[in-house]
Design a protein around this ligand. Structure first.
Ligand code: BGC
Length: 758
């Protein structure tokens, strides 16, 4: 548990240096602007444990897969987002001694991530090994308004000592991924160019041939006077450096302003990229530091205006919810349908920066309610763009006729995951993608998207389900064998209830959308059916038969749905019987023991209750919740938020609060002991869901939005905003009053609990 960060409503603050937590702090203090991001590392050299991680959105390398035992159908590579331009690093030396917090004595230290302004800063007083004393004050950010820009201001004050101060400012593309499968470097064909105080570096990714480039301009001042120094220049493959030497003495104050422009061939023409970066950085220089900072702060102010949640009475929850919202908007801004949301965003390399079902099942609702519909639409278009690869992926596994299996893990649409029990069997991800289409349409009412893009995806997914089930003679039902549900602590099971349920729902939803399009625009349907070679009579009839005769495991006596066949035959135990020193199970138990146990990694049957709540009554929910919640160990970050929402529906406020806080402070308190690998970005959207859908009780039904507010004991008031079909609504409530205000847009009727207010 982290106790070293101060609790504050808008800031993360580290008072006094905690080198033992440096990797965790670097993850937590990460910066990003949707286009690029970086871990919160120090600017100057640090020889202690650190991961200098800088990532450019969408720039990946297909790293050759490494597996013990190759299986047919495995992908040949795992595409990973590349550690890219190290743009904010410096080398600072005083009288030949390189400043390094791992060597120097830290006399005072303060590091802060200001989430309101999107700025990371640090102040520290150091005593160097040679006895000199200096102070450092740095401030940096990834520009939110101008997404090619990274800005750093670095101040050095000499407190004791005199001599030569060397400041080396560099751009380094000669970097490596920590998670490289074969310890290879992924950048090649570096080029550099220097001109006055400006320098540019570029290189290509191996195989994928993305080109990335960065240009920097430095400005140095001494005691308030801008210096016109001729820098010494270092230029080598994939590396440029501008260095300055000054004679300094006690009392002197040196400020380096480093502006960097960086991007890739996703956004600029390959041959012009370095020159474009030079132009962008020159434009930044002309705007000046203060104007740039203001534009950045204004951007964040606008974002907060829409997306902030205010919790009164509980600072710890307040800090956490803002941290979650902040990190989500640092990761994804929704202006490009080629980008998506990696489970670690730009904060670490685990999960390769790739796309998972997390996006559709967890992140989509957050973006739907806090940004323009265009943002969520981009996430759906991303999958539509990748439909041909999903069809090819299914074909590779033996499916036909336009059936699609979207990848478990992907960067460009091709499957990257390579554990057979997940790659081939954790197929519920297809269901989440279909559900997201429904969720988006239900929320926005955007039928254009549904008919022009969504339906094509739905048909391909439904075709997959229709082939993935088979008729069981003994059961006289359609069944689905060889599946891994969301609970990855069970593999290769038969008849996972959640997967069956979402498959059945998908077949009916697709059928309904087809009927709708057919009646609204028969010509458009005929065209689509022709394009997809959709044989309506045979395919729809077959789907209907599956829907009518699909097996859904349940135990009538207990009144619960069964996670899968045979679940009750497992030795039954409750999660609170597991000794604390054996948690998390995946770090303490053998895989075999985990698989044989009844313990559930994450919401599985209950994930189905969350998605399809309207299909069940409260008694069904209660029985299933009371059965599965005590058996769930929540060792996926995606789990507690779902339980929090269901607990709210069941009036179990205390449990709901506990679960909500577990998601909200997962990284801040390093609850799973893995924040060093990066933050759990996708589950952060789960925190938002737990607050807005859980305690706010927000639901969309029959083209109407509604709220059923409830306050956990620790809170005295909750206030949030949502966008809803061209409107902006503010919901504020305490124990006396619920106030729903229409801030923008046409009048509407809103449900509050069961009553409708016009
Ligand atoms: C979870 C998956 C999730 C992945 C990435 C795993 O631990 O079990 O459901 O997609 O992490 O967040």
């Amino acid at each position: 548990m982290n106790t070293y960060l101060t609790i504050d409503p808008w800031k993360l603050m580290e008072q006094g240096f905690h080198p033992e937590h440096q990797m965790v702090t670097e993850s937590l203090f990460s910066l990003g602007n949707g286009r690029f991001g970086q871990r919160g590392c120090f600017e100057e050299t640090y020889t202690g444990k650190t991961l200098q991680g800088n990532y450019l959105a969408g720039v990946y390398y297909p790293d050759k897969t490494r597996v013990g035992w190759w299986k047919n159908g495995y992908p040949e590579y795992f595409a990973k987002v590349l550690n890219a331009i190290d743009w904010s690093s410096l080398r600072i030396s005083m009288e030949g001694e390189e400043v390094d917090l791992h060597q120097a004595t830290c006399e005072s230290f303060y590091r802060e991530l200001d989430m309101k302004r999107g700025v990371l800063s640090r102040q520290c007083d150091l005593k160097l090994v040679n006895g000199d004393r200096i102070s450092i004050a740095s401030e940096r950010y990834c520009h939110a308004e101008y997404p090619d820009l990274g800005i750093l201001r670095y101040q050095i004050r000499i407190r004791e000592g005199k001599g030569t101060l060397a400041v080396q400012s560099y751009l380094d593309l000669d970097v490596q991924n920590q998670d490289a499968n074969w310890e290879e470097k992924f950048w090649e064909d570096g080029q550099t160019q220097m001109d006055g105080q400006t320098a540019v570096v570029s290189a290509y990714t191996r195989k994928t041939r993305f080109r990335a480039a960065a240009a920097m301009v430095n400005q140095l001042s001494l005691n308030g006077t801008i210096l016109d120094l001729d820098p010494f220049r270092v230029q080598r493959d994939k590396y440029v450096e501008l260095g300055y030497e000054l004679d300094v003495e006690a009392g002197d104050e040196i400020i380096l302003t480093k502006m960097v422009s960086m991007s890739s061939t996703l956004y600029y023409d390959e041959t012009r990229l370095p020159a474009e970066m030079m132009t962008r950085v020159e434009e930044a220089r002309l705007k000046g530091y203060s104007a740039l900072l203001k534009a950045h702060e204004d951007h964040w102010a606008r974002k907060w205006q829409e997306a902030d949640i205010v919790i009164d009475g509980d600072l710890s929850a307040q800090q956490a919810i803002r941290f979650n919202i902040f990190q989500l908007y640092q990761t994804y801004t929704g202006d490009d349908d080629r980008l998506n949301i990696g489970p670690k965003g730009f904060t670490g390399e685990k999960y390769g920066g790739s796309t998972y079902w997390d996006t559709e099942a967890y992140c989509l609702p957050f973006y739907l309610a806090t940004a323009s519909p265009q943002v969520a639409r981009q996430l759906l278009l991303y999958r539509h763009r990748q439909l041909p690869q999903a069809i090819a992926n299914a074909r590779k596994l033996g499916f036909s006729g336009g059936a699609a299996l979207f990848p478990m893990v992907t960067m460009n649409g091709e499957e990257c995951h390579n554990e057979w029990e997940i790659t081939f069997e954790e197929i519920h991800r297809n269901g989440a993608i279909a559900y997201a289409i429904h969720d988006y349409v239900r929320y926005t009412g955007d039928r254009d998207y549904l008919w022009s893009h969504g339906l094509e995806v739905l048909i391909a997914i439904s075709r997959f389900w229709a082939q993935r089930v088979h008729w069981s003679s003994p059961q006289q039902r359609y069944v689905m064998h060889g599946v891994t549900g969301p609970n990855e602590y069970e593999n290769n099971v038969n008849n996972n209830w959640y997967t069956l349920y979402i498959a059945r729902w998908c077949l009916t939803y697709t059928r309904d959308v087809i009927h709708e399009l057919k009646s609204q625009d028969p010509k458009a349907w005929l065209q689509l059916a022709d394009q997809l070679k959709f044989y309506e009579h045979t395919e729809l009839r077959q789907w209907q038969e599956i829907v009518d005769f699909l097996y859904l495991p349940e135990d009538k006596e207990l009144g619960i749905f069964l996670q899968q066949d045979g679940y009750l035959e497992k030795e039954q135990a409750l999660a609170d019987s597991i000794p604390a020193d054996q948690r998390p199970l995946n770090e303490h138990w053998s895989w075999d023991r985990i698989l044989r146990s009844c313990f559930i990694k994450q919401a599985d049957v209950l994930q189905g209750f969350y998605f399809f709540e309207e299909d069940f009554d409260l008694d069904q929910l209660r029985r299933n919740y009371q059965y599965y919640e005590p058996r769930t160990v929540h060792e996926s970050s995606l789990s507690p938020c779902v339980h929090a929402i269901l607990a709210c529906s069941l009036d179990e406020d205390e449990k709901a609060y506990e679960m909500m806080m577990r998601t909200a402070r997962l990284d801040l308190d390093n609850i799973n002991n893995d924040t060093k690998d990066g933050c759990h970005i996708t589950s952060m959207a789960g925190t938002w869901m737990a607050v807005v859908k859980g305690f706010g009780g927000m639901r969309v039904r029959d083209d109407q939005v509604g709220f059923s507010p409830r306050l956990p004991e620790a809170w005295s008031r909750l206030n949030f905003r949502v966008r809803w079909r061209g409107r902006s609504l503010e919901i504020a409530f305490d124990r006396q009053e619920i106030r729903i205000t229409l801030l923008e847009g046409a009048p509407l009727s809103v449900r509050c609990y069961e009553d409708v207010y016009a």
